[in-house]
Design a protein around this ligand. Structure first.
Ligand SMILES: C[S@@+](CC[C@H](N)C(=O)[O-])C[C@H]1O[C@@H](n2cnc3c(N)ncnc32)[C@H](O)[C@@H]1O
Length: 310
């Protein structure tokens, strides 16, 4: 009898320890909102090559005509930049640009209108420094255009807080933008709605915002919401909106000509296949993406224009 009671006490204590551990993990260790680092550099390696990769993309890719990671990432970037209607000599703000490939693409791709100014802001210091290094190296190379655009890079959060006058979305910032782009990152922003609002203020009349982003086909349930926002820590609750709510939010902020395209079938399956080929951790991550998709997660490209009538 005393043995059973002792066993029950032991199990209860173990459960309590596990609960305490999970609580500490969820509320303290997962406080870092940014799950990224430099692991993505190996994703960009060309199969069979010993050379360091030339690209450092870190998005889920558009796997329409390719099975190669950097090509899929570039295809997604081009899809987004196409939606953003870049203007010749335009001023572009690229938010959450990671190691800077989308900025380098704007400076170098023959089919993209050449900007006069590219501003970038991204949250991780390592990504910011790497972008600065790569952009400087490109602009001082023989491949640089004769008329060099102005490139201003900032390390920080996408959302401007009132004490930061140097932020590109600050009302005090020296430039406005014809185009604002966010490639596979706005679902992290705290909050995305505030980012959309601030961007609207800093777009020139007729300017365009385009985002390659995550949302849902149906409203996510409370446990799922808790899992994404607290356990994985990748998306604040208020960003977990359906496609219809996302369009409504953009409309309420004031954007016109809003267009959303659901490109999920060209993003998740290709990215999952790529991950599965990278071993057990990749396969586990691919499984999580499959599960999230089953819960209604969608990958979209959404754009809106600030009307010139205002
Ligand atoms: C999936 S990666 C995409 C990187 C890049 N756009 C690309 O395609 O290679 C998301 C990027 O957004 C950045 N990020 C996450 N939260 C952010 C925030 N609140 N403000 C600015 N950047 C953020 C991350 O550090 C990371 O570089």
């Amino acid at each position: 009898m005393w043995r059973r009671r002792y066993l029950g006490y032991f199990i209860a204590m173990m459960l309590l320890y596990i609960l305490i551990f999970v609580a500490i993990y969820v509320y303290f260790l997962r406080r870092s909102k940014d799950p990224y680092g430099t692991f993505h550099i190996s994703f960009n390696k060309v199969h069979g090559s010993r050379d360091p990769p030339k690209t450092e993309w870190l998005n889920m890719g558009l796997w329409k005509d390719t099975a190669v990671f950097p090509e899929a990432c570039q295809a997604l970037a081009l899809r987004l930049l196409g939606a953003a209607r870049l203007k010749p000599n335009g001023r572009v703000l690229d938010v959450g640009h990671g190691s800077g490939d989308s900025i380098l693409l704007q400076l170098s791709h023959p089919e993209l209108a050449k900007p006069s100014l590219v501003c970038g802001i991204t949250s991780l210091p390592a990504h910011h420094h790497r972008t600065r290094e790569r952009v400087n190296s490109f602009l001082s190379s023989a491949d640089a255009p004769d008329k060099k655009p102005n490139v201003l890079l900032f390390e920080g959060d996408a959302v401007w807080r009132s004490d930061d006058r140097e932020h590109p979305l600050s009302p005090h910032f020296a430039h406005e933008f014809e185009s604002i782009v966010a490639l596979d990152c706005a679902y992290h922003f705290d909050t995305r709605e505030e980012f959309l609002r601030q961007s609207f203020q800093r777009l020139t009349p007729g300017g365009c915002i385009a985002l390659a982003d995550l949302c849902f086909s149906t409203p996510p349930g409370p446990m799922f919401t808790l899992f994404l926002s607290r356990v994985l820590g990748i998306m604040p609750r208020s960003n977990m909106v359906t496609k219809e709510q996302y369009v409504r939010q953009m409309n309420d902020v004031g954007y016109k000509n809003i267009e959303m395209e659901d490109i999920t079938p060209f993003v998740f399956p290709g990215f999952q296949l790529f991950l599965r080929r990278r071993g057990n951790i990749g396969a586990a991550f691919a499984g999580v993406i499959g599960w999230l998709q089953g819960q209604g997660l969608r990958f979209v490209v959404i754009k809106g224009v600030k009307s010139s009538d205002r």
